[in-house]
Design a protein around this ligand. Structure first.
Ligand code: GLU
Length: 482
């Protein structure tokens, strides 16, 4: 039987890192077994679902490169893959279960249920709701049913036990005494998550359900429903939740969780996938940098840890830097040039494109996030008109600044051969002649040409700027010194 897995986000929020990891694991598993990866939309919560969230989810799945074989927008043999288009089907299933007495109309009110649960707890028995507060079926009148108050509950067989082998957590055992007769249809005749999700999994022929651990307690319900529908249960795997570095459940307190924020901040999808893959999965060999195709080769659903995984932005940023450094210069320019042009508000000229190409290896080496590029490149195309305040007060308001700038002007003016090596030698000569450390003597030059103490390597930058422009910038900064 070929593997069919699904990622089933609810469009009630942006795609966040935890969900993206779930999507990635499903994608890898499907590809490892030459199976089918399905994307469906669990949009039964009409009030909280929005088209904007749906768009965000699809857009960032595509950004990550997690293409789906069947599902939303892509299509397939099961229609639109949106739960909101399948209400008739869920109703049909609920009616069938009612007819077979595997489900019943329920009139219990939330208040009654609370009292029931409290009593059970006080008595030390199971608080699972077993239908005892329902009227005798013979007493259910048409008007009661038409009153719009009845829900439909699944009748959990009692006594009983559901157990299954979880792909991640091993053997799981659920006593039915702990499982409520759960609602499958609300009183407004809309399906609950349990019903819609299970019917979809059955109808779509899902073989493996890989999802977050928050849904673990739903699984016995889904298994009971599946078997009540006469179908074979899927294999289930529940992924541990993500935590922040402080050991608490990952949330906005720890920083961004939306994929869009990472994309905007300049993360590359390759690094994102690599980092997400290692959250709870071990590819073996202590490997940390691993491509998606290698992941596919190794991801067979084993070696997934049941321990909570820590999402650490610092490690992700480090990994992003690794991927950026590994880019070819051409690939880097392709990503970087539009960013630089957007920053400048104009296209680069032919000559500037040449300068940028020369600058590329220097910038690439020092970039962790793509969003740092424009700041690093800007000095090559516009002379600083203002200077970073902290940099200025730290290195320009020193006795060495004027000496260093004057020395640099003299040394560079007379330089015949405008090369990195010659510039290096000339400026080091200035330091020596004035008995200055590189920190004291070179930082003012850096601020003069780039506007701040943070810039690509100085001598190369000066070479790229050219003699006239460099001298002009040093002179301008010198004039501002009092
Ligand atoms: N729609 C559910 C969610 O977004 C996931 C459903 C499932 O994987 O069974 O949490």
């Amino acid at each position: 039987m070929s593997v069919r897995v699904r990622f089933a986000p609810s469009p009630t929020g942006y795609l966040h890192v935890g969900a993206a990891r779930t999507a990635l694991f499903n994608y890898l598993f499907a590809h490892h077994f030459d199976g089918t990866f399905i994307l469906r939309s669990d949009d039964t919560d009409a009030e909280r679902s929005t088209a904007a969230f749906q768009t965000d989810i699809l857009e960032h799945m595509r950004w990550l490169g997690l293409a789906w074989d069947e599902g939303i927008e892509v299509g397939g043999p099961h229609g639109t893959y949106k739960q909101s288009d399948r209400y008739d089907r869920y109703r049909e299933v609920a009616m069938q279960l009612l007819q077979e007495d595997r489900a019943y109309y329920s009139f219990v009110t939330p208040d009654q249920l609370n009292v029931f649960k409290q009593r059970a707890r006080n008595a030390g028995t199971s608080p699972a709701y077993d239908g005892t507060l329902e009227p005798d079926p013979s007493q259910i009148s048409r008007s009661m049913l038409e009153g719009g108050q009845a829900t439909i509950r699944f009748r959990v067989p009692r006594p009983g036990i559901t157990h299954f082998i979880d792909m991640v957590r091993g053997e799981m055992v659920f006593e039915h005494a702990q499982v409520d007769d759960f609602v499958i249809m609300r009183s407004d005749f809309t399906p609950t998550y349990h019903l819609a999700s299970t019917v979809d999994d059955v109808d779509y022929g899902i073989t493996h359900v890989i999802r977050g651990e928050d849904l673990l307690s739903s699984t016995p319900k889904h298994i009971l429903l599946t078997e009540a529908l006469g179908s074979d249960r899927a294999t289930y795997g529940h992924l541990s939740l993500l935590m922040g570095p402080d050991g608490k459940k990952l949330s906005k307190r720890h920083g961004d969780t939306a994929l869009s924020a990472y994309r905007e901040a300049g993360y590359v999808p390759e690094a994102m996938n690599n980092y997400l893959a290692l959250l709870g999965w071990s590819p073996g060999d202590d490997e940390t940098i691993i491509s998606v195709s290698e992941m596919i080769e190794r991801f067979d659903g084993t070696s997934i840890s049941r321990n909570p995984a820590v999402f650490d932005q610092g490690k992700l940023a480090w990994m992003n830097g690794v991927y950026i450094r590994e880019m070819s210069d051409d690939d880097f320019i392709e990503v970087a040039q539009p960013r630089v042009e957007a920053d400048l508000g104009r296209a680069l000229t032919e000559e500037e494109i040449g300068s940028f190409a020369a600058l590329t290896p220097l910038i690439k080496e020092r970039t962790k996030l793509l969003s740092e590029i424009e700041g690093q490149a800007r000095f090559a195309f516009v002379a600083p008109t203002t200077y970073d305040e902290a940099s200025w007060s730290k290195v320009m308001e020193t006795p060495e600044a004027a000496i260093a700038l004057d020395g640099a002007t003299a040394a560079l003016e007379s330089l015949e051969n405008w090369s990195t090596e010659a510039i290096d030698e000339a400026l080091r000569g200035v330091l020596e002649a004035n008995e200055m450390s590189a920190r004291k003597g070179l930082q003012p030059i850096r601020v003069a040409i780039s506007g701040s103490t943070v810039s690509p390597p100085l001598f190369e930058s000066i070479e790229i700027l050219g003699k006239d422009e460099t001298l002009e910038r040093i002179r301008r900064a010198r004039d501002l010194l009092t």
